[in-house]
Write a protein that binds this ligand. Structure first.
Ligand code: ADP
Length: 456
């Protein structure tokens, strides 16, 4: 299996090399085509100048002689072409032999490959009269000099060199970018392996400017946080449950032993106090069951138009006596001109406020034994959303506990020791609100009070 870095580098480098190859081929073809076109025009000009020269030679004597224009033979050898001069009756005056080995030697010396011999006949016209013909033949399609060939070669070499140089640069850039791109992904994959191996403190710190990678990084970090929290909660739950179970069991065991030894009398009172412990013990087991049953049933909801003010007023009424007994004032605040209807399951929404208001009373009551406790429920609208805030001036929640209070069976430090409860009230609240697409957040100051804000 290949690494993402290698795969990316190969892909990028491959694409670039292919692009360079195609560019090189197209440049090469175009340059060669244009160069040959240019050389052909030079060649034609040369042929015209040969015809012109021979015409001038003829016009000097007004006739052909055996040596007319023979001075051109040397130049023709050097230029790799072959000349034959004819008079107006197409009789040969003089001519070069195309099979002369001198041609071969010279062509080899110039590195020109010998092709098929081709010739073309031009008319020599003087005073509007054809006075002769010249036949120009050659072995290659183009007559190229040493300089021409060197020029062509150096252009090709420079194209190849620049292609190689660009390829080298591109390979380096591909390696750099694939490394940069794959580094956070590699790190995230390492983090997930560490998390799955139980190292719950593993987090990714390498930022990426690629949105999907950044999303993946924050998700894996969030997953790490959640696993870490779950682990803490699990440990705490185990210690809480074992503590809660051990206490009634110890009391039962000590008292029963004392009764067996005859130290403690077996009266109705002592037996009923032992029964209380058994009840407390079974309540704990019941609480675990309540949560399980709720989670199973939470998906069944009957949605209808529900008036929040009605429900909240009813719940406050039900808690009124308890609140008065504990010198706590319950205040409801809402704008009577507005209606606060939401689509929801009446019973489940009622359960939310029962849990929140009972908590507010429970955690305020312990602070204000002789009056001054206050539970405030505010209903209002903000950005077309219905908001309910349940606030109190009770004992508040410590910073250590605040992140965990919505977890099932979680109970704050103080509540574990002083106040009775099961640690499932807020879990139920959160689950019901989730079912209604509503959110809940908490603000609290230890010793000052708490405020739960629900946004429907
Ligand atoms: P319980 O009340 O049975 O302990 P909950 O799930 O209702 O369980 O609450 C979880 C924890 O959140 C409580 O143990 C307590 O520490 C904290 N809490 C909830 N509501 C309040 C509040 N109004 N004031 C202070 N602490 C609160």
């Amino acid at each position: 299996m290949r690494t993402i870095k290698k795969e990316l580098a190969l892909l990028m480098a491959g694409c670039c090399v292919l692009a360079i190859l195609l560019t090189w081929i197209s440049i090469n073809v175009t340059v060669n085509k244009e160069f040959n076109k240019y050389m052909l025009s030079i060649q034609n000009r040369k042929y015209n100048s040969v015809v012109e020269y021979l015409k001038n030679v003829y016009e000097k004597n007004d006739k052909w002689e055996v040596s007319s224009g023979t001075e051109m033979i040397h130049e023709a050898y050097m230029g790799n072409y072959c000349l034959t001069l004819y008079d107006s009756d197409k009789k040969v005056i003089w001519g070069m032999d195309p099979n002369d080995p001198k041609f071969n030697e010279h062509m080899q010396h110039m590195n020109v490959s010998r092709g098929v011999y081709n010739s073309k006949t031009f008319e020599i016209v003087s005073n509007n009269k054809i006075v002769g013909y010249v036949d120009i033949g050659q072995y290659s399609a183009l007559l190229l000099s040493d300089e021409d060939l060197n020029f062509k070669k150096s252009i090709n070499i420079s194209i190849v060199m620049s292609c190689l140089f660009i390829t080298f640069i591109i390979v380096i850039i591909s390696i750099y970018f694939s490394k940069r791109f794959s580094r956070p992904i590699k790190e995230i994959s390492n983090i997930s392996v560490r998390l799955s191996n139980g190292d719950l403190s593993a987090r990714s710190n390498i930022d990426s400017n690629i949105k999907e990678v950044e999303d993946l990084r924050s998700s894996i970090n969030l997953l790490g946080d959640k696993l870490n929290n779950q682990d803490k909660i699990r440990k705490r739950l185990v210690s809480d449950i074992s503590h809660e179970i051990r206490t009634p069991l110890n009391i039962l065991q000590n008292n029963l032993e004392a009764m067996i030894d005859g130290v403690f009398p077996m009266t109705i009172e002592s037996l009923s106090s032992l029964n209380d412990e058994v009840i407390r013990f079974s309540k704990l087991v019941d609480n675990i069951n309540v949560l399980k049953t709720f989670e199973e049933r939470s998906l069944e909801a009957k949605f209808e138009d529900v008036n929040l003010v009605d429900i909240i007023s009813k719940v406050c009424e039900e808690f009124d006596i308890l609140a008065r007994q504990n010198n706590i004032e319950i205040i409801i605040e809402s704008n009577c001109e507005e209606d606060y209807f939401i689509k929801g399951d009446r019973d489940k929404i009622k359960q939310v406020f029962i849990n929140l208001i009972s908590n507010a009373i429970k955690f305020t009551e312990v602070k204000f034994k002789s009056g001054g406790g206050k539970v405030e429920v505010k209903i209002f609208k903000e950005n077309q959303k219905t908001i309910v805030e349940v606030g109190d001036n009770g004992i508040g929640i410590s910073e250590d506990d605040i992140d965990f209070i919505f977890e099932s069976m979680y109970r704050g430090d103080k509540s574990r020791n002083i106040i009775e409860g099961s640690g499932i009230g807020l879990t139920v609240v959160k689950d019901i609100l989730l079912l209604h697409s509503a959110s809940i957040e908490v603000k609290s100051q230890e010793g000052e009070g708490s405020s739960f804000k629900i946004v429907f």
